[in-house]
Write a protein that binds this ligand. Structure first.
Ligand code: PA5
Length: 481
């Protein structure tokens, strides 16, 4: 973590659907009745790993289950053959980049940047990029590009690193580097940004390709256009996105771990959290298994009560990007063949003032899953008294001394009570706090739940064939025959 070190936490996250049962949306009996199918879906998801390892994918089948035991494998290698391990190489490169520059760009789209953004927002200081380097613990700022072709936002970032087209000086605080992330190596948005930022960075290092090369780190498949480009530049470091790990499941490869480590996130704790969730997923009986219970309730709410919209409602600003990452994960994995629930991220209480009305009284097509955080990372702030310049005009004197966590807890309880009165189903994912170990558990839980649900409903959770259509039609316009 940057700036604030977390206490080590072995506390498991919990899933609680009692309010969904109380609202009558799903019955405990129906969940219990699904146990056999859930067990089978878990077994099939784990068997996918063996099938993939033995090259057993059917012709034309997308099969990317290698994310499942990836955290365990990375940790095991780090604990045994450390200097030869992938994690060691990631940490070494992270240290080199951290010491060399004050800003890092991640260029990527979809699964090639959303997981990193989720880790950054959840685990770093909320104002990381605004802090002076010393207060960032010497860790660089992190910015994202290559996820769109928005002229003005690209120009805005160029204003920061090369004002008015002129590179800045060679002070450490002016230096920057770029991580180019693309599994296919050919995604236009990322490739276009790569050209733009390569040209700018080359200019910044006086046109010297030997100085450019160490500032460019490709994270891509073993072969492809980006791998070739990196070879031509002579990049000394580069990382594979391993076979068998799809883009939106790649957060625990170098895709997420390298930038996370550069900005000071404890990636070993992240992986330990993910591995802890793996153990629970494999070993816990269905009734105590957070992954399987989450799948059961979400699935039954959809098929038995028409809750086709799944609102992931975060009670922490820090977890909004986790929600956006999950939006992609669920949409691309299960939104196929005319099926699949629609995910929607909300940040509460913020969105109670925008979506709350609809969630309370609108169409009954939603299951709300709260992400509730047990304790803040920082000392609680208390509501201050007004000064002698005023006399309780805001009518809050009676609340003076109440803390932010106390007020938020009242909002959580009040909102859930209001939804319960209107028989709106709300489940909770309870996070003891937001630190690397907990975030590791959460991301792994949601990835596992997505593939298990796919196997449960007969949708292949891997691959995203539909996304190819826009790419083909876009390129046809750019390159008319
Ligand atoms: O989940 C996926 O595989 C996709 O969302 C990809 O991450 C996204 O399309 C980017 O592809 P690439 O990494 O090949 O540039």
């Amino acid at each position: 973590m940057s700036v604030i070190r977390p206490q080590p936490s072995e506390h498991p996250i919990q899933y609680n659907a009692s309010a969904v049962f109380a609202a009558g949306t799903v019955s405990p009996a129906a969940v219990a009745g699904l146990a056999g199918r859930l067990d089978a879906a878990r077994a099939e998801s784990l068997a996918d790993l063996d099938r993939w390892r033995s090259g057993g994918a059917k012709p034309g089948e997308s099969l990317d289950p290698a994310f499942i035991d990836l955290p365990d494998r990375l940790l095991a290698a780090y604990g045994t053959v450390r200097p030869e391990s992938e994690l060691f190489a990631i940490l070494q490169t992270a240290r080199r980049i951290r010491d060399a520059v004050d800003r890092v760009f991640v260029l990527g789209i979809g699964g090639s940047y959303m997981g990193t953004r989720a880790l950054f927002e959840a685990c770093c200081h909320p104002c990381h990029n605004d802090l002076p380097r010393g207060e960032r613990g010497g860790r660089p700022r992190l910015s994202f590009e290559g996820f769109n072709m928005d002229n003005d936002s690209a120009q805005g970032l160029l204003d920061v690193v090369a004002p008015a087209g002129r590179p800045r000086g060679d002070d450490l605080l002016d230096r920057w580097a770029m991580l180019i992330v693309s599994k296919s190596g050919g995604t236009l948005e990322t490739a276009a940004a790569t050209r733009l930022f390569l040209a700018t960075l080359l200019n910044a290092v006086g046109g010297d390709v030997a100085r450019l090369a160490p500032l460019v780190v490709p994270i891509t498949g073993k072969t492809g256009r980006l791998a070739e480009l990196a070879k031509a530049i002579g990049c000394p470091d580069g990382f594979d996105i391993p076979d068998g790990v799809g883009g939106r499941f790649s957060v625990f490869t170098a895709v997420g771990l390298l930038p996370a480590s550069i900005v000071g996130i404890d990636v070993v704790r992240l992986l330990e959290g993910a591995a802890a969730m793996n153990r629970r997923f494999r070993e816990a009986p269905v009734a105590e298994n957070p992954v399987l219970q989450y799948v059961a309730v979400s699935h039954l709410a959809e098929v038995e009560a028409g809750a086709t919209i799944r609102v992931l409602s975060s009670w922490s600003n820090r977890l909004e990007a986790v929600g956006l990452w999950y939006d992609q994960l669920l949409s691309e994995s299960l939104g196929k063949d005319g099926k699949g629930a629609t995910p929607l991220t909300a940040v509460t209480t913020r969105d109670l003032h925008s979506r709350g009305q609809q969630h309370q009284e609108g169409r009954r097509d939603k299951l709300i899953t709260n992400l509730v955080v047990g304790e803040p990372r920082r000392d609680p702030i208390s509501l201050p008294k007004l000064g002698s310049y005023a006399a309780n005009q805001d009518q809050l004197d009676d609340l003076a001394g109440k803390t932010w966590p106390e007020m938020l807890a009242a909002a959580v309880a009040g909102t859930n009570e209001a939804y319960a009165q209107a028989k709106r189903p709300t489940a909770d994912i309870l996070l003891p706090r937001v630190d690397e170990h907990v975030v590791g558990q959460l991301l792994q839980m949601l990835m596992l739940a997505t593939v298990v649900e796919g196997r449960l409903v007969g949708t292949n959770p891997y691959g995203q064939p539909g996304v190819e259509d826009y790419k083909k039609l876009m390129m046809k316009r750019l390159r008319p025959a």
